[in-house]
Design a protein around this ligand. Structure first.
Ligand code: SAM
Ligand code: SF4
Length: 489
């Protein structure tokens, strides 16, 4: 796409608006148009407002839209510029393509963060007005974001720089799902690394909790994720959880999650072990309750296996059960996804996370099908809309949200919970609320401190692959100590 930008305009922002309408569009630096798309944006300022015009050409068709936005109290001049530019481009793109995600000009990963900021200066009615009239959001998405923003704000009040969380990575899975791009390994050769991986992980776990004590931090959440942590054998899971148990006071935690994930890895003995060592939250994920789709996406488990695993998990005494769903999966359809949501609501887990199917570069499905967006957009959007209505109607509250590039339908991922069971770790992590120590291959340690209301963040990356992780010995203590000491200056 060729861009002609006249005035004070952020090119990256314009590009992200265009990508909402034209997936995968490129913006050649030499300005040449390679796909018959051209956008000319002109912006200027008067005493009270920013004025913008966007002229969009697609082949021989032209659409021109203008917007004027008044400067507002509690809104920076930069933000007013972004809104005027966004309104003009969004209106032109929506008319040209007939596409509208409901998010209006919000292109970022965390729409609820912007909404929380608006809510901090305005009541709910004014916030609704701002979101629908200035940000061009639909009423439904504005309402969803307001609910998430209120819950996130409440959760974030419960932490500060004296607290931290710990993420432990088990990057192995029984098989590779064809939509997934997470760092995770399947196959006999790679599974042979697990015993050595676990031993090194246990050493690092002990050291990390020792270091956390020395740094004077309190552990709020532990999240054992992947991959599929319950791929560990019953003995291996015992070894992992008993090591954590002897390294920190798990009874003092606010949340302790084990991502079971794949139903085909869950046994009664593993659940007993998880309960014994203090796990308070566990995931068992169907993604969809459609056997044909499960087979086609390479999940290698059936609906019956999920229902059996869910029954075991819900009878295990672990208080919070989460189930992950994906709306818009290739080969799925609206009726099947609707039936999935209805069945999950009937099972009544404390947490339900609804993801929008995201086409990832590193996933196998991408190379399988070039027309994935065109085919599935309508059903993906309808599925997400249904999940919002059904979950709210059945007493679930949305508490956590993020959007990703390249989702079918440009929709969101939302964590829902019964009110007493709002998940903490995901919100802390997404909001950079406090330090998270990452242990294991592919895990990231994120040091966080707040100085004069601003977050300072430093990341330390673990080696990406298990065999690299096995070769390296890293100790983050000096780096972390230095980071926190600097905050006192
Ligand atoms: C880190 S994965 C691990 C979960 C676990 N291994 C499992 O598969 O059940 C967390 C969740 O991300 C979601 N996910 C993964 N790839 C996705 C994609 N391409 N689009 C949308 N959601 C995706 C799935 O719902 C998945 O349960
Ligand atoms: S979706 Fe889960 S089980 Fe499937 S490959 Fe990704 S991490 Fe592994």
């Amino acid at each position: 796409m060729k861009l002609n930008l006249n005035g004070n305009i952020n090119k990256i922002y314009v590009q992200s608006l265009c990508m909402m309408f034209y997936h995968g569009v490129k913006f050649p630096e030499n300005g040449e148009s390679c796909d018959n798309l051209e956008l000319t944006v002109t912006v200027n300022e008067s005493k009270s407002a920013v004025h913008c015009t966007a002229l969009l050409r697609q082949d021989e068709r032209f659409v021109e839209k203008s917007a004027s936005c008044n400067f507002m109290e509690n809104e920076s001049v930069d933000r007013t510029y972004k809104i005027a530019i966004g309104q003009a481009i969004y209106s032109a793109g929506a008319e040209m393509t007939g596409r509208d995600s409901g998010y209006g000009i919000l292109t970022g990963i965390r729409p609820s963060k912007v909404v929380a900021e608006i809510l901090s200066h305005n009541d709910v009615t004014d916030t609704m007005n701002i979101l629908t009239k200035r940000y061009l959001m639909s009423i439904e998405k504005a309402r969803l974001c307001i609910e998430v923003a209120k819950n996130e704000t409440e959760i974030l009040r419960s932490t500060d720089d004296s607290k931290c969380s710990v993420y432990i990575s088990i990057p192995f899975c029984p098989s590779r799902c064809n939509y997934c791009s997470f760092i995770s390994y399947a196959g006999k050769k790679l599974f042979s690394l697990i015993p050595d991986y676990l031993e090194k992980l246990c050493v690092d776990i002990k050291n990390t909790f020792d270091n956390i004590k020395k740094l004077g931090l309190t552990v709020s959440c532990i999240y054992i994720g992947g991959g599929t942590p319950t791929i560990l054998s019953e003995e291996q899971l015992d070894r992992l959880l008993s090591t954590i148990y002897s390294s920190t006071d798990v009874n003092a935690l606010d949340e302790y999650t084990l991502e079971g994930g794949r139903p085909d890895t869950i046994t009664e003995k593993k659940l007993e072990t998880a309960k014994k060592y203090g796990i308070t939250r566990i995931s068992v994920n169907p993604q969809t309750l459609n056997d044909d789709v499960l087979e086609r996406i390479g999940r290698r488990h059936t609906v019956a296996e999920f229902l059996d695993a869910y029954k075991k998990v819900s009878e295990s005494g672990i208080p919070i059960v989460n189930t992950d769903l994906i709306a818009g999966l290739d080969y799925d359809n609206y009726d099947s996804f609707k039936a999935t949501v209805d069945k999950i609501i009937e099972l009544s887990p404390a947490n339900i996370t609804v993801h929008s199917f995201c086409v990832k570069n590193a996933a196998q499905i991408r190379s399988d099908d070039k027309d994935i967006y065109g085919k599935n957009t309508d059903f993906a959007r309808k599925s997400i809309d249904y999940s919002i209505c059904a979950l709210l109607y059945n007493g679930y509250t949305p508490y956590y949200m993020y959007r990703q590039k390249n989702t079918v339908g440009n929709s969101e991922n939302v964590g829902y919970a019964k009110k007493a069971f709002l998940g903490l770790y995901n919100v802390y992590m997404m909001s950079d609320a406090h330090t998270v120590f990452g242990i294991g291959a592919g895990a990231t340690t994120k040091l966080v401190k707040h100085v004069n209301g601003n977050s300072c963040i430093e990341r330390i990356f673990s080696p990406k692959y298990p065999y690299e992780y096995l070769k390296e010995n890293r100790d983050f203590y000096d780096k972390a100590k230095n980071f926190f000491d600097r905050s006192l200056l």
